[in-house]
Design a protein around this ligand. Structure first.
Ligand code: HEC
Ligand code: HEC
Length: 292
């Protein structure tokens, strides 16, 4: 008898999870009216494809989330790392679409091949987990910055990489969080060339774990070793550098460095990725900095 009661309770609670149409009314999400039918399609899509990681309450605590690093995003925080919008500002639907279609490389978030209709619906649905951030007519989408023209191009790729190396280690000091890839002698030499000096800490060749605004520590990648989440090519690195990675501490660099320096940094980061893809080249670079 006890067993029967338990199974009925279990049946009822599953029935609850797969309820077909929890939304009866439309919602205003960042100024846009979204119909109940779209939210309901988003809900069933989420239950089918996303719930096992992102969880029934959107907190990133689904049954398949155990042990995942980074953990699935907690959608109730309303914080998103990889849109192309100014740091901390709301993603546009096309940002969510790009992230969901491409996945986030090096994480459990795979690319999803779902119909355009279901994609749009699930995007609207996940916003409902963070009503304070999305609901109401006063919420505005993030600022988009136009991609500046590439001042180098393939022909001047080598010059771009050379400049990027200096900007990375001296002007922008990306090594505050990421690791260094040049010898101290080289870095001090570049600083002198630029008429400045730079403090080189003992942790220059380590990645420095960041606290960030999520509930776990965030690791800045080693570009010769880790997969980059949102990067496909050099322009996509420029996009990421302009906007930063919301909540991870990685700031946006637009107007902090010049547009030419942004592109130079992007070519340099791509060169580090290419170096990482070639074991012999990576070993040579690591030997150079380890044996100084
Ligand atoms: C196997 C586990 C898994 C599944 C299934 C999954 N995700 Fe994710 N998702 C993740 C992980 C892990 C991250 C965090 C990656 C990071 O922080 O770099 C993530 C992050 C995200 C983000 C945040 C992007 C940002 O810029 O911060 C969105 C949006 C997202 N997922 C949507 C979805 C949708 C929609 C589905 C279903 C179609 C889905 N996910 C299915 C694991 C999963
Ligand atoms: C305050 C710390 C900090 C500084 C300074 C910083 N970063 Fe980052 N960066 C991070 C963290 C943390 C991540 C990882 C974010 C994640 O995956 O959650 C990251 C990620 C990245 C990524 C990968 C994005 C992706 O899609 O995976 C690139 C590229 C990058 N940083 C380049 C740079 C460059 C170039 C500089 C200097 C101009 C720089 N960063 C300065 C902390 C920093």
């Amino acid at each position: 008898m006890k067993l029967i009661v338990l199974s009925i309770v279990a049946l009822l609670s599953t029935a609850c999870v797969v309820e077909k149409a929890p939304f009866k009314e439309s919602k205003i999400l960042a100024g846009k009216e979204v119909k109940a039918s779209t939210l309901n399609l988003g809900y069933t899509t989420y239950v089918e494809y996303c719930i096992q990681c992102h969880g029934a309450s959107g907190k990133g605590d689904g049954p398949a989330s155990k042990g995942l690093l980074p953990p699935p995003r907690d959608f109730t925080q309303g914080l998103y790392k990889f849109p192309w919008t100014a740091y901390g500002e709301l993603p546009h639907d096309e940002d969510f679409a790009r992230i969901i279609r491409h996945g986030l490389k090096g994480t459990a978030m795979l690319p999803w091949d779902i119909s355009d209709e279901r994609l749009d619906a699930v995007i609207q649905y996940i916003k409902t987990f963070a009503p304070a951030v999305w609901e109401g007519k006063d919420k505005v989408l993030g600022t988009k910055i136009e991609l500046p023209a590439d001042p180098f191009g393939e022909v001047y790729r080598h010059q771009a990489i050379e400049k990027g190396r200096k900007v990375y280690h001296v002007t922008a000091a990306c090594t505050q969080c990421h690791r260094g890839y040049a010898t101290k002698e080289e870095i001090n030499g570049w600083a002198k060339e630029m008429g400045t000096t730079i403090e080189l800490g003992s942790d220059i060749y380590q990645v420095k774990v960041q606290d960030g605004e999520y509930n776990y520590k965030v690791l800045p990648p080693d570009f010769t070793y880790h997969s980059l989440r949102s990067i496909t090519d050099v322009p996509s690195i420029v996009q990421r550098l302009m906007y930063g990675v919301t909540g991870s501490g990685m700031p946006g660099w637009k107007d902090v460095v010049t547009d030419e320096e942004l592109w130079a940094l992007a070519y340099y980061v791509q060169d580090l990725r290419d170096t990482g893809a070639d074991q012999a080249k990576r070993n040579a670079l690591m030997d150079k900095v380890n044996k100084q």
